[in-house]
Ligand binder design. Structure first.
Ligand SMILES: Nc1ncnc2c1ncn2[C@@H]1O[C@H](COP(=O)(O)OP(=O)(O)O)[C@@H](O)[C@H]1O
Ligand SMILES: [Mg+2]
Length: 286
């Protein structure tokens, strides 16, 4: 990729310096496999934006392109640009992206299983350029959001439940005090009650001033949290708009929220005395 205007805010093609995350015409490949085609996306400061799409649509690839971790997976940017707060990111090393205020929680709730919970959190602060006081503040914030991580500080991370490991993965990312959090399928594989707790926490993290780019297969959950959403379909943006509008659109309800009407599903589960199940993503037309 050409482009050496690393610190040149004037290079922002949209002229949106200081206005959150601006992704333009991003194309990404893994060798001969083209995973993203001319994807553009905006995330204004302070918002939660959702990226929806079936398995293989390119959601994780998009987050990797933003955090500059594509090369770890054998991927590379073919074209396009990423700016954050007016600064060009797509020429930086991954640790510089963290220093620029973006933390990525990859899919699969990856924690250091043999390290303690406390050491996992400490590791999350390594990339941070913040002062000792800032790191102590970050740890207090993480413990307030997830009290279980304070209680289990001395325990090996591998002994935590799936939901607790997801909390640890999010907590570790927050240790760098990011302005933008990239979350890859935080609800995947979690029981509905735990998924709902993670959703509440995402809302709280956002209310504390952190922007969130939320990748989810659980469209219903994501559309409740987000202000706007993008639907990826085989590497391209198929739909984009306000979350409330997308949630109400017939196409999204049919293709991405499943054929079961959400209200009907809630009614049915109440009738059975069960917890409301969140409608799962239904892969369309394959
Ligand atoms: N490390 C990789 N090497 C080769 N192809 C990959 C790799 N990761 C993802 N892909 C391919 O890129 C496309 C997008 O994948 P991905 O971003 O993981 O989608 P999603 O997160 O939406 O499920 C898929 O066709 C997938 O098979
Ligand atoms: Mg993925």
């Amino acid at each position: 990729m050409a482009g050496s205007d690393v610190d040149d805010a004037g290079a922002d093609p949209s002229g949106a310096a200081g206005a959150g995350l601006v992704v333009r015409d991003l194309s990404v490949g893994y060798g001969p496999v083209r995973a993203l085609r001319r994807v553009s996306l905006d995330l204004p400061d302070g918002e939660v934006v959702a990226v929806l799409g079936a398995n293989g649509a390119g959601k994780s690839t998009l987050l990797r392109a933003i955090s500059r971790t594509l090369s770890f997976q054998g991927g590379a940017l073919a074209s396009g640009s990423v700016h954050f707060a007016g600064r060009r990111l797509d020429t930086l090393a991954p640790d510089r992206v963290v220093a620029a205020g973006i933390s990525h929680v990859p899919e699969g709730r990856q924690v250091f299983a043999r390290m303690t919970v406390a050491d996992n959190l400490r590791a999350g602060a390594l990339g941070s350029t913040g002062s000792r006081a800032a790191k102590a503040d970050a740890l207090r914030r993480v413990h307030a959001l997830f009290p279980v991580l304070a209680e289990r500080g001395a325990q090996r991370a591998g002994l935590l439940s799936g939901g607790e490991q997801q909390m640890l993965a999010v907590g570790r990312a927050l240790m760098a005090s990011p302005r933008l959090l990239l979350l890859d399928e935080p609800s995947l594989g979690l029981a509905p009650l735990m998924a709902a707790r993670i959703a509440d926490t995402i809302r709280e993290i956002n209310a504390q001033g952190t922007s969130v780019l939320l990748v989810e297969q659980n469209a219903a959950l994501a559309l409740r949290l987000a202000t706007r959403a993008y639907v990826l379909d085989v590497g391209e943006v198929a739909l984009a708009g306000a979350a409330a509008e997308l949630a109400a659109s017939d196409e999204v309800r049919r293709r991405y929220l499943g054929v079961v009407d959400e209200d009907a599903a809630d009614d049915a589960s109440r009738g059975l005395g069960a917890l409301p199940t969140l409608p799962r993503w239904v892969e369309a037309g394959r």
